[in-house]
Design a binder for this molecule. Sequence first.
Ligand code: NDP
Length: 687
Amino acid sequence: MLDHGRTARRLESYVQGAWRAGAGAGKPLANAATGQTHAVISSEGLDFAGALEWGRETGGNALRRHTIHERALMLRAIGQKLMGMKDEFHAESLVTGATPKDGWPDIEGGIGTLLTFASKARRELPNTKVLTEGAVEQLSRDGSFVGQHILTPLRGVAVHINAFNFPVWGMLEKIAPALIAGMPCLVKPASQTAYLTELVVRRILEMQILPDGALQLICGGVGDLLDHLTGQDVMTFTGSASTGQKLRSHPAILANSVRFTMEADSLNAAILAPDAGPGTPEFDLFVKEVQREMTSKAGQKCTAIRRILVPARHEQAVIEALSEKLSRTAVGLPDDQAARMGALASTGDRDGVREKIAQIARDAEIVSGDPGQVTLVSGDAAMGAFMNPVLLHCTDPFAATAPHEIEAFGPVATVMGYDGIEDAVALARKGKGSLVSSVFTNDPDIAAELVVGVASFHGRVMLGNRDSAKSSTGHGSPLAPLVHGGPGRAGGGEEMGGMRGVKHFMQRTAIQGTPRLLSAVTGQWVPGAPARSDDHPFRKSLAELRIGDQIITPARTITQEDVEHFAEFTGDTFYAHMDSDAAKANPFFEDRVAHGYLIASFAAGLFVEPNPGPVLANYGVDNLRFLTPVYFGDSLTVQLTCKEMNPRENADYGEVRWDCRVTNQKGEVVAQYDVLTMVARTWPPEA
Ligand code: NDP
């Protein structure tokens, strides 16, 4: 039985390097399923300005001393340890009303998101403290003045105000990109489920992996915290649109242009396409997905399906199929294996949902479920925040506003019929901006028309069909590599999206100057910056190699025999290499030309150091361009310069990127690319 033998726990905040209890009696937090008081919360008397200052000074300075990879490795270590503790988190998660299955996206999903960020950061970002973005821009004819964008961590605190429905994922998906960026975090979970967030933060801090000040937690209200925000702080908010708007327009946020990301109410749609009628796999998948999204976490998901858009001729079939499934959904105590759906997070939420259903019902009729009555397989309806799923049907969705505007944050959705694809698109857009919609179709033309029609109103669109039925991650799952957020009503924010999420916590600055100075700022060699040609750079380990180490090779002349040999050897007998008349008829060439890949191969032959040495492997090239045709008799030289070095934290080698330019006898660049190699940390390798 839930809560058996438990006494209410007084939640604490972790600020300024210590766990601190708020003053006063505090606010009791009830177990969602039993109504018993589970915890008490208060942040009264905390020094909120002090917490921000502690984060900026102690946490920010400590984090910025590390490189991006070092910070990502901290998160990896934390994620691995958290995964080993998940049973403890699941036990606490039951108190929120979530079944173990509901707890999975929050707990395993949250830790998985942290681990994905930790791994992607080490694969996709350099092991540096400063990031560069985009190419170096030539700003002067002689190359003495160039420009580039750099990204550095903001010098404030990332304040994350989270919603009650994902106490673990909601925190981890936000702190992961911020910490990798080098910004300390201050997390304020929604009070109702803060006990679970508090538990996870305790476990993270006990690991002593993060530097002090990198992660702080406020359990309870935020007091005067917002008054002390500066232009270097970031605020992310998830919750109701009304609170979000209030916070976004706070005087300090407006006056200091505090970066503010908001994820709020979203009337997400699932669209059954005209080709996906009853009897098709897409119809069955659609019904299953809608039922799943309405009932998982009792519909308390920001991405849950609220609007069910179906071809008018299939309306009845959808209502029947869904009603049948929803009415069979067993509701009960979250730890009861017979229960398919648990409780809402609080009775207050449940009452709010009932109220919203009544408002939607002004434009629609209830066709399945009774908001006022609940049938349970276990639990006490008078004590727990239970309700059965409720399906509504709106017969005039173009005239109606409530089903498109009122988010009943529970197991509630409305079926609406449409007559053609344009109507389906127009109805989806009536949500005025959503986190996600899904389109169920097996027709590529319909998929393209619907997705392009609704895309600008959405942060994510999922296509469902028979081919991905088994592999699809589903309508409701935001994924670490993909953007989560949505325009308009959904808040206008953007979270995650892989490494773009990290950059939300950094400042992009355009740097202009001479190549030598730019190179010193970015840690990358820029053409025009000084170069060093003492020894062959392939003989240098990471310990000896420096940015700007360069080799300029002797010249090699390209002959007709070379080209014909290469053509026969590889089978690439494209006419431009083999047939003079045909080549001359080509607008790009004056005669037969050498193969681009022959040039790249000869370049490798020119710059190679053939003996065993610190260069361990060539793992590819980036941005390969053939810029000038090479004719028989042309003489080619290669300039290869060490452009970027990325020592790995936990390996005895690292990546080295080389700027490679192949020029002809006239000094024209005929090919340009980055050569990517793995280079040993020391040579010979340490035993
Ligand atoms: P709220 O907007 O009331 O709360 C969200 C967060 O903001 C909580 O952490 C809350 O803390 C905090 N908060 C509230 N008031 C202030 C304030 N004045 N200053 C600083 N922080 C504040 O939303 P709920 O979590 O109660 O959810 C209400 C509704 O929001 C749901 O019914 C649903 O419609 C919508 N929602 C939408 C989500 C989405 O992503 N689309 C996700 C979750 C909810 P505290 O709990 O301590 O008050």
